[in-house]
Design a protein around this ligand. Structure first.
Ligand SMILES: Cc1ncc(COP(=O)(O)O)c(C=O)c1O
Length: 398
């Protein structure tokens, strides 16, 4: 019997997992208007506050005036504009890679890159907590998916030994890929990249790092988790996004010139989609430039100060915060319904922290995922921490 849409929605609702969009009026900044109320934004990935930075807006407006509003086609037809290539050169210089390729989004990058690299008969080793778009990319590729326990390079080493003989060399490329988030999006911890580099060397594998949450933020110059851990040139594919700390939209792969050519020829999300428009490219280019200036340094420093203040405030109030130092600060509540009650109660007090539920996180680990911004003030964050503490006590979470 066909399951009706209504029945399916009711079933999602009965599990406490029905999701709705919430409308933000006006700009994405530290204080926003949400459903008509002023609230402090505590769940945006706009970590450096660049989404409403005048330099990005001015670059976007100028690009529309100069180049119009659309690229008009996919990259391989007639949609490669000079701005695409300027942005790619800027990303390669920023990341210290030989070349770079721009994708339409992080999801499009992961679902394009992975199937371009590996296919049926190949093996991909993927951290158990990797982002959904990585999993989607692996599933699309048809390669064998071997998940390793979160950040456990010792377990990964054993799994790589075990699966070393399993390649289907007749059909496969013979490539083996290790893929990990750089900063885990829902937990805020950082992958052990030095150890993963050693393993990829030992097994002749490729290493891909999705640095959606590290780019612009981590490392002395904001180049991301690979810069922080001193392994930049050892990562074969550094993927990152423009839609988070960089305040724009889209994604990139920082790679060798050879890999760039392969992606151009094989990545279906690159080949079969209209390319990003000039306004978006110009904002991304302005952001890549800005994060390398003293203003970028200052924003990163402020973000670090805000992060440690908020992490310490919650820890002192009795919350258990998973170890880490990044701007992503989860408090794991467990049940989905309590998590959503917590989020609603905070919103009523003027603080917007979205509850995160399965399938985004494993069942039983629903959480509030706080994200810090350089544009928060310490006074904002002190009020937020007090409110989180009161609501937590009321709900019996602490
Ligand atoms: C780790 C990670 N990778 C990829 C993506 C997808 O990027 P985009 O939003 O640009 O599609 C996200 C989040 O959106 C993410 O958190």
């Amino acid at each position: 019997m066909t399951r009706t849409v209504q029945h399916e929605l009711e079933e999602i609702k009965s599990r406490g997992l029905l999701r709705r969009t919430r409308v933000i009026n006006g700009r994405q900044s530290a204080h926003v208007t949400c459903n008509g109320h002023d609230v402090l934004m505590l769940c945006s990935n706009n970590y450096l506050g660049l989404a409403d930075h005048p330099a990005l807006a001015a670059a976007s407006i100028a690009a529309i005036e100069q180049y119009g509003t659309s690229s008009g086609a996919s990259r391989l037809v007639s949609g490669t504009m000079e701005l695409h290539e300027r942005l790619e050169r800027a990303v390669a210089a920023f990341k210290g890679s030989e070349a770079a390729l721009v994708f339409n989004s992080g999801h499009a990058a992961n679902t394009g890159i992975i199937p371009a690299l590996v296919g049926k008969g190949d093996v991909v080793f993927s951290d158990r907590l990797n982002h959904a778009s990585i999993i989607d990319g692996i599933l699309l590729s048809g390669a064998r998916l071997v998940r390793y326990p979160h950040n456990d390079h010792t377990a990964l080493a054993l799994l790589m030994e075990k699966h070393a003989t399993e390649y289907d060399t007749e059909h496969a490329t013979g490539r083996c890929l290790i893929v990990t988030d750089g900063v885990f999006s829902m937990d805020g911890d950082i992958a052990p990249l030095a150890e993963l580099v050693a393993l990829k060397r030992a097994h002749g594998a490729l290493l891909m790092v999705d640095d959606a949450h590290g780019c612009g933020v981590l490392g002395e110059r904001g180049r991301g988790s690979a810069e922080l851990l001193g392994v930049g040139s050892d990562v074969d594919i550094q993927m990152g996004t423009f839609g988070k700390a960089l305040g724009s939209f889209g994604a990139y792969a920082a790679v060798s010139a050879e890999l760039r050519d392969l992606l151009i020829n094989r990545a279906r999300s690159f080949i079969f989609s209209t390319s990003l428009p000039p306004s978006v490219l110009a904002a991304s280019l302005a952001a890549v430039e800005l994060v390398q200036t003293p203003e970028g340094d200052q924003l990163r420093q402020q973000l670090a100060v805000n992060t440690s203040f908020f992490r310490n405030s919650l820890a002192e109030a009795g919350f258990t915060i998973p170890a880490g130092t990044t701007q992503i600060v989860p408090i794991v509540i467990g049940p989905a319904d309590t998590t959503m009650q917590f989020s609603e109660a905070l919103l009523a007090e003027g603080f917007f922290a979205q509850g995160i539920r399965p399938p985004t996180v494993p069942v039983g680990t629903s959480r509030l995922r706080f994200t810090l911004m350089a544009t928060h003030t310490l006074a904002d964050l002190a009020c937020a921490a007090t409110s989180v503490c009161h609501v937590g006590q009321r709900l019996g979470v602490i």
